[in-house]
Design a protein around this ligand. Structure first.
Ligand SMILES: [Mg+2]
Length: 294
């Protein structure tokens, strides 16, 4: 049996921790959760996506303002303000819980069309202009961007340790399949992953069936998985799908993401270690990596 530890603390099934006022069952409360697979969010968790997303949001706003029809030109300032707010874009960076950070391209497109509608365009025109703007700026997304997303610090070492321990890994992301594959390939990580669930899969995040779907591809029950993400939508989705170990990751953004406080949170991948336990529940703390110093 494989267990995860945060620092020296074995991670237990969150449903047995007495959250929501329930009393933990005595015998099982201290048994670490047995894990066979780990599901990773990509943007803001596996990758530092903020510089790329910032450049993408700025380009979309510029293109929206450029494409505003003449009769709406007096609404330029309002449109710029609406788009900045809708995208979660401020001088402090991209808000880690914003639609730019968390949601799919399709959802961002609807938000953009809504901003056009709010300055007076009819919905067909608003939607068509948004489609044009996104088509012009799509190349700035992902690995094609001049701000090519880099892996978060310590990720490669963590994946190596997970593979050596026999854990299976999957990516569950609202990026497109191609973007996920490119990120993994460019950084030499693809051999650590046995499944991906992308924006092309149905349903996509944050529907709990996205977790069930990627688990089906892995051949592992959600009840034997851990999920790590940087957004409450990821964490709540995982809990709804019956994932016993759910972890928040906070080091992928300039502004730390606001995460539910009852979810264990990671600030560096080295805080996460793997142990082998005995089936009867007596845990031998043979930690595969001894690096818990940071
Ligand atoms: Mg994310």
């Amino acid at each position: 049996m494989i267990h995860l530890n945060l620092g020296r603390e074995p991670l237990r099934d969150w449903r047995l921790s007495g959250v929501n006022g329930s009393e933990p069952p005595e015998a099982t409360a201290f048994a670490p959760a047995a894990i066979e697979a780990v599901l990773f969010d990509k943007d803001g968790t596996m990758s530092h996506s903020e510089p790329m997303l910032e450049s993408l949001a700025a380009a979309r706003i510029f293109q929206c303002l450029e494409s505003l029809p003449d009769q709406q030109l007096e609404s330029r300032t309002l449109l710029a303000d609406l788009l900045h707010r809708a995208y979660g874009f401020s001088p402090a960076g991209i808000h880690p819980a914003s639609i730019t950070a968390v949601a799919s391209r399709a959802h961002n497109l609807i938000a953009t069309a809504s901003a056009f509608a709010m300055v007076g365009l009819g919905w067909p025109e608003a939607q068509a202009l948004s489609e044009q703007v996104f088509a012009r700026t799509d190349a700035l997304h992902g690995q094609g961007s001049q701000h090519r997303p880099q892996p978060t610090e310590g990720l490669a070492d963590l994946l190596q340790r997970f593979s050596e321990a026999g854990l299976r890994c999957a990516v569950i992301s609202n990026d497109h399949e191609r973007g996920i594959h490119e990120f993994l390939a460019i950084h030499g990580m693809q051999h650590h992953f046995q499944a991906i669930w992308s924006a092309e899969h149905w349903p996509c995040k944050p529907h709990p069936d996205a977790v069930r779907g990627v688990c089906r591809e892995l051949g592992i029950d959600p009840g034997r998985c851990a999920l790590i993400g940087d957004a409450n939508s990821d964490l709540r989705m995982a809990r709804s799908a019956g994932v016993p170990v759910v972890l928040g990751y906070r080091a992928g953004w300039r502004q730390p993401p606001p995460l539910d406080p009852d979810v264990p949170q990671l600030h560096h991948w080295s805080e996460l270690t793997v142990s082998q336990g005995h089936p009867e529940g007596v845990v031998s703390m043979v930690t595969i990596s001894t690096d818990t110093s940071t």
